[in-house]
Each structure stands twice: as C-alpha cells, then as structure tokens.
Design a protein around this ligand. Structure first.
Ligand SMILES: [Zn+2]
Ligand SMILES: [Zn+2]
Length: 249
C-alpha cells in the first residue's frame, strides 16, 4: 500500500494547477517525490510539507515542469538544512544531461556534480527503496528526448509524460494496482506530446476503472463528467490517494 499525494496536477502551461508531481509515502515511511518542476517548491510549502520530510526525488525527464524546482531544493538543502542530501533517483541515460544541461549553471560554484548536492542514484531498469522495487519504463513523449515512467512495487504506475502507448498502458494495467496517467484534454492529434482524452477513452472499462488522469490543462472542468472521461477519475491537486493492497507487516 502506498499513499500518493498529488502536489500538482497541471500541464506545463497550466496556470490554475501546479506542475504535475506526486509525493509517495512508502509503508516504511520513506517519502519519494515524483518529479520536481518549477512550481513544486512553492506547492510543497502551501501544503505544509517540509523538504526535510522528503527522502528522495525521482526525475522522469528534463522538461522544466519536471526538473525546474531542483536547483532550489539543492540550494535549500545545502544552505538551510546544513548540507542535507536527499536521494536523487535518475534514469542513467538522463543523469549527465541533468547536471550539464539543467543544473550546472546554477550549482557548479559549490560543487562539481549531482553528488555534491544529492545521494545520486542512477537507475538502468530498476532499483529498490527498502524492500520495494522501482522500475522505469521508457516513454514516447517528445521526439529525440528521453523520458521515463515509473512503477512502484505492484501498487502504482505513474506515466509522467508520454504519448498514448497502448502497449505501455496494457503492461501497466496487468502489473500495477493503480495507474496515474498524463492526459491532454483535447482530441487526438499528431502534434500531441501527451495522451489525449480521446485516446484514453478508447481504453477498456477495466483499465479506465484503475486510472487517474493528471497533467491536464486549465480546461479540465469541461471534462469532469462521465460521458467525457468515462470511468477514469481526474486526480485532484492536494488530495491523497491510497493505492495497492494491504501490506503484510
Ligand atoms: Zn510535463
Ligand atoms: Zn514533458
């Protein structure tokens, strides 16, 4: 069982909602933040969540709505929290670029790499937090850009950013209790870089019933009725969702 608190649920362009991000509490009490976009430090503050209570951050890809808050977190840990290092779990193919292309300009005077600020852990296909396995899955989001979804235990599949990929969703539905999937509230289009609601509505009912939609635009209210979103729920910013079965302690 995991507790999934939605820190933000908005698209990259949303002004009503924060950047999509979730804080996942493991049965052990470990708190893993999924992505850290530029609005996330402020949203955490508004939700009374201290950075001190976050044990690790997972990064899905390098768009600013997923990594733009990391510099603030790194500097806050260093200067306010006495050099505290939290875990930074990064797909191995993103690790160099996360430092060189995203963080180095703002952080290099006090350090030479991610490990000066974080307990950086590169993930190839999977890693463990305590007894719980984290698996990453490459997604198709923007041409030429690497991006990854994450699965936690057999409880949670979190797409981060991807186009509609029926094989990925079927795998997720077979392997995980609950799916959080990005969704653009628009018709299917070759220009989309996220799954559209039109495509998500083609999913079988049994998959829709275990799916929450996130990373939506400011027009989401237009889709908050059954005929527009089927059996899928819209994930609400600030809400906590309990996913997965009971754990045997
Ligand atoms: Zn995004
Ligand atoms: Zn993205």
């Amino acid at each position: 069982m995991l507790k999934v608190k939605m820190i933000g649920t908005g698209s990259a362009f949303s002004k009503r909602f924060g950047n999509t991000s979730a804080l996942v509490e493991f049965p052990s009490g470990y708190n893993l933040l999924l992505d850290c976009g530029h609005t996330v430090p402020k949203r955490l503050h508004d939700l009374n969540i201290s950075l001190q209570d976050i044990d690790g951050i997972f990064i899905s890809h390098l768009h600013a709505d997923h990594v733009g808050g990391l510099e603030e977190v790194a500097l806050y840990n260093k200067f306010v929290l006495g050099g505290r290092k939290m875990d930074l779990i990064v797909p191995s193919s993103l690790s160099d670029s996360l430092w060189e292309d995203c963080l180095k300009a703002g952080l290099h005077t006090d350090g030479d790499g991610l490990s000066d600020y974080f307990n950086a852990q590169e993930v190839y296909t999977s890693t463990n937090v305590g007894s719980i396995e984290l698996k990453i899955f490459q997604t198709f989001h923007v041409k030429g850009m690497l991006s990854f979804a994450i699965g936690i235990g057999d409880d949670l599949f979190y797409s981060a950013d991807t186009k509609f990929d029926i094989n990925l969703i079927k795998m997720a539905a077979e392997s995980y209790d609950t799916i959080f999937h990005d969704c653009q509230m628009s018709a299917k289009s070759p220009n989309n870089v996220h799954a559209s609601i039109e495509e998500m509505m083609t999913l079988p009912d049994e998959i829709q019933l275990k799916t929450y939609l996130m990373h939506y635009g400011d027009n989401v209210d237009d889709f908050d009725c059954g005929e527009k979103r089927g059996f899928m729920e819209i994930a609400e910013q600030g809400w906590t969702y309990i996913v997965g079965g009971e754990v045997n302690e």
